[in-house]
Design a protein around this ligand. Structure first.
Ligand SMILES: [Zn+2]
Length: 711
């Protein structure tokens, strides 16, 4: 399914901007720098100004102009941006929050031409209208020769503009009850699961104070996840009814594993990547300077790429929106956008196997808070340099063969499990009792950062689709970050993986909470059942420093780590000689091993001293005999990314330097990910490249290696 190519695109039109007087010249200039495709937003509210009357003439003109300039067009269709007549046409379709408040429609912060939150798609007639619109778009544009693809899931902001938990309208409530009926078989089953006695379905509704109500909130968000999964299905199907020849995909804003909360919405309200990456491609948006504080670090950027590519699986992963110019909110710029920094983001995407980078956007934004910002051509003093750098990247993509063949990274030998339920329970605690406490993603991110620092390829595995582990035949190590709600299904799969020779590393109390949201005795934790490990709980002490015991580590040096608030020690039940309790333990299971540490250590340890976590992960790689494709030998090895991958039939390294000028030196591992039979590759050679800040280099690794492209 993967196209194995790489192209550059740019967002161009979000009605009514830019005004049509600019189009001709802009499209000519876009083509001149070598960009292949433009993106246009097809806003429902704009395209159906009166019921049943579609107006597409502006897009038709853009298609013609794009064709005349040799540009392809990607259409991003937004049914969630409703027509302004919606509330009048469907008065009982408004989204309702948990307090019973009806939402009022209005334009979106960054889009004037449609209304949010609009009608609830659980309302049959609203849903039908949305599907009709998608189908009409497909029919109208499907025959265009320069139509490249459709995107029907633009960050899926279906509930923009409403605070609180939604949707609790009568249509949604009916569907939620249907979900519960199916899950629990009836009112008695539901009562048992939720710990109460119900006599009528009418009494089953979401409570306003959810912190005390784990079971229903867990089921409600479970239903929302399922609803999002259905939403992508019906969006894809409706569009394909109108045009069944072009690719139809979707994209997220921030990958689920890296966050999960957008604006004031409930956790994962926009869907979980692995559940909704069901189209012909999946993508993400990336605006590194839009954080309000420090820009997103290059390591965290690559993690976002990997998270999205992991969810995309077998279909292409696109960088669907990439910051085009300086981010500006309310007239203030964060910082100008340096051209080389921007291109480094592009080449990092290439190095993780992504297949496109689409700049957001070409011209500066025209209205509201974002006025003047974001455009590749925004006047921050760097616009000309950005255009030149884009042009140069286009040339290098062609020279190296990446434009036509893509860059396919080596298959991963390390997996990291993303657990929606562990994020969920952490989020539940934070929302009522400790606002701002939600830090579950940091536990996952800490391991990923350590893997990045070690230049180690990995894949993220999600709990619901844990069987996809089987698609990665080379996996040797699976890391399970903070695991307070590890499901039985995941535990069973991990045990099988260990039995067959894999190594599983788990932190925290794996499965302390059951899937019913009720707490379990340690003897019931599914991962540990029958392993003869004794778990003893301790009162949290003020000192949080512990040591991974020396006997677990190859260099016999105990490794200090930091513990979270919750802790226990471990020992082997059947050990006859002096029973030693440790904070961590490794036990054999079948041909493999399970390692366990008695607290969630990754994030506290990373905060205290990142090198310690990197050191621990390095030990985990050793235990599991994971091959490290390369060793980076320069002193600032963390200030660059080096990835090995295939361009066509040839093995290449792609290096990006994101720190001060340095000579990046690396050496390939003898086994380079199991490809030791490739005797064409120079394994003893130390490659050495002088690199400027924010520069990239592509090196052919066959004997007689050459640097193919360099900035
Ligand atoms: Zn609703």
């Amino acid at each position: 399914m993967r196209s194995k190519r790489f192209f550059l695109g740019t967002q161009y039109y979000r009605p009514p901007f830019p005004r049509d007087g600019a189009w001709e010249q802009d499209l000519r200039e876009i083509r001149e720098v070598g960009i292949d495709a433009i993106v246009c937003w097809v806003v429902w509210g704009w395209c159906e100004p009166q019921e049943g009357e579609y107006v597409f003439d502006d897009y038709d003109r853009l298609f013609d102009l794009a064709a005349a300039n040799g540009l392809e067009v990607i259409l991003s269709v937004l049914p969630e941006l409703n027509p302004f007549w919606m509330a009048r046409a469907e008065p009982d379709a408004q989204i309702v929050d948990v307090m019973g408040n009806k939402a009022v429609n209005g334009p979106r912060l960054e889009c004037l031409s449609g209304a949010v939150p609009g009608g609830c798609s659980d309302h049959p007639s609203v849903r039908k209208r949305m599907e009709d619109f998608l189908e009409a778009c497909g029919k109208h544009f499907g025959g265009r020769s320069n139509l490249k693809a459709w995107d029907v899931w633009n960050e899926n902001r279906w509930r923009n503009g409403v605070d609180g938990t939604v949707c609790c309208c009568e249509h949604s409530t009916k569907r939620f009850r249907g979900f519960l009926k199916e899950k629990y078989g009836g009112l008695d089953g539901l009562g048992r699961a939720w710990g109460r006695r119900y006599c009528d379905w009418e009494d089953v509704r979401l409570a306003p104070k959810q912190a005390s109500c784990y079971p229903e909130m867990h089921d409600f968000l479970g239903w929302l996840n399922q609803r999002n999964e259905e939403m992508i299905d019906w969006r894809l199907a409706a569009l394909k009814r109108g045009d069944d020849t072009h690719m139809v995909g979707s994209h997220t804003s921030l990958p689920s594993a890296c966050g999960g909360v957008a604006l004031k919405e409930d956790l994962f309200a926009r869907g979980i990547d692995w559940d909704v990456a069901k189209g012909d491609f999946y993508g993400l948006s990336l605006f590194p300077d839009m954080t309000g504080g420090e820009p997103v670090s290059p390591i965290d950027i690559t993690i976002r790429y990997e998270a999205s590519a992991s969810a995309a699986g077998n279909v292409p992963c696109l960088l669907s929106e990439l910051q085009g110019g300086p981010t500006i909110t309310a007239g203030r710029s964060t910082q100008p956008l340096d051209a080389d920094r921007q291109q480094a983001w592009v080449w990092l995407a290439v190095s993780r196997g992504l297949e496109a980078a689409i700049f957001w956007c070409w011209r500066p934004e025209m209205f509201g808070l974002e006025s003047g910002g974001f455009g590749v051509t925004s006047p921050d003093g760097f616009a000309d340099a950005r255009l030149k750098a884009i042009q140069s990247s286009v040339e290098k993509l062609k020279e190296t063969g990446i434009a036509n063949n893509g860059f396919r990274p080596l298959p991963p030998e390390v997996g990291v499990v993303f657990q929606r339920d562990s994020y969920w329970i952490n989020w539940m605690r934070s929302r009522e009792y400790a606002p701002g406490y939600y830090d579950a993603p940091q536990y996952t991110l800490s391991y990923l950062r350590a893997l990045e620092a070690l230049q180690q390829p990995y894949v993220l595995l999600d709990d619901e689709h844990i069987d996809r582990m089987d698609n990665y035949g080379k996996l040797k190590l699976v890391i399970v970050p903070d695991s307070s709600m590890l499901s039985d299904k995941v535990a069973a799969k991990l045990r099988r993986f260990a039995e067959q020779g894999g190594v599983v590393w788990v932190e925290g109390a794996p499965g302390r909470f059951g899937e019913d949201t009720f707490v379990r005795e340690a003897s019931e934790w599914p991962l540990l059942k029958g392993l003869n490990i004794d778990v003893r709980f301790y009162r949290a002490s003020s000192s949080t420093s512990r040591e991974i015991p020396a006997r677990m580590l190859s260099n016999n040096d105990p490794l200090p780590v930091c513990f979270d608030h919750y802790e226990y020690t471990l020992s082997y039940i059947n050990e006859t000689d002096s029973k030693q309790e440790d904070c961590a333990i490794v036990t054999s299971l079948g041909y493999g091993k399970i390692g366990l540490v008695g607290s969630s250590i990754s994030w506290p340890t990373w905060q205290e001293n990142p090198e310690r976590l990197i050191n621990l992960v390095s030990h985990l790689l050793d235990w599991s005999a994971v091959s490290t494709p390369i060793s980076v030998l320069n002193p600032n090895a963390h200030g660059c990314s080096v990835r090995i991958g295939w361009i066509g039939k040839n093995l290449h390294a792609l290096a990006v330097n994101y720190s001060e000028p340095q000579t990046v030196k690396f050496k390939m591992d003898e086994t380079i990910g199991g490809f030791s039979n490739l005797n064409l590759v120079d394994v003893d050679k130390v490659y050495s490249i002088d690199m400027k800040p924010w520069s990239y280099a592509v090196i052919k690794l066959m004997r007689g290696a050459e640097v193919m492209a360099e900035t």
